[in-house]
Design a protein around this ligand. Sequence first.
Ligand code: SAM
Length: 230
Amino acid sequence: MNFSFTPIGVIHSPYKEKFGIPRQPSLAPSARMTLELLAPYNHADTVRGLADFSHLWLQFVFHETAARGWRPLVRPPRLGGNDKVGVFASRATHRPNPLGLSLVELIGIDTGNGVILELAGADLLDGTPVLDIKPYIPFVESRPQARAGFIDGPPPRLSVCWSEKALADLAIHRIRHPELATLVEEILAQDPRPAYQDDPLRIYGVRLYQLDIRFRIAGDIVTTLEINAL
Ligand code: SAM
């Protein structure tokens, strides 16, 4: 059996590249994005009653990496990039069917011109095609005591410092993006580096909105160096 699915919507996200996106939703709750429903699903009827739910499941396509295929074993970053687990024991993007599943917060719904859902905390790249939306039902889906294998608990967080240059840049760019400081701290505290890299002199860049956030990591401290408009 083969199936063909049509996206019902597309994500508009501050995350313009994969690097730096948190590895699961809610790790950067300040990340605001929208889900624009596409015709013929962009009708107020399709979301009637949805605003009464605080959280949603989004099923989406890992469109950026879909063409790269999959392997039976993957190296999760949480295991330091050395140990392997089966693809179905992981949340890796490279899967036989490149489908993702994220639990996101629903902030609001605008049905003034089509349908736009305002979301918080999603781990989604700009342009991600969404296949389906389902309301989250805590009394059946919340299992705080469940075992979570090698992903048992949140990842360790780095401390975030700002250079004087970065603070001056921030003062300019936060006029347009008031949440910028918090969002940068939430993202950098996750340690976006690939698992095998540990060079305190190396300067990295994360692209957010139309901004390039430059930073360096030494030990468990990440220093934001500067913010440049792209
Ligand atoms: N919560 C989802 C899940 O469990 O299916 C995604 C988990 S996956 C480990 C999260 C990563 O997917 C992000 O850090 C980002 O690098 C990547 N990602 C997000 N949107 C993507 C897209 N449209 N195409 C490819 N990779 C994407």
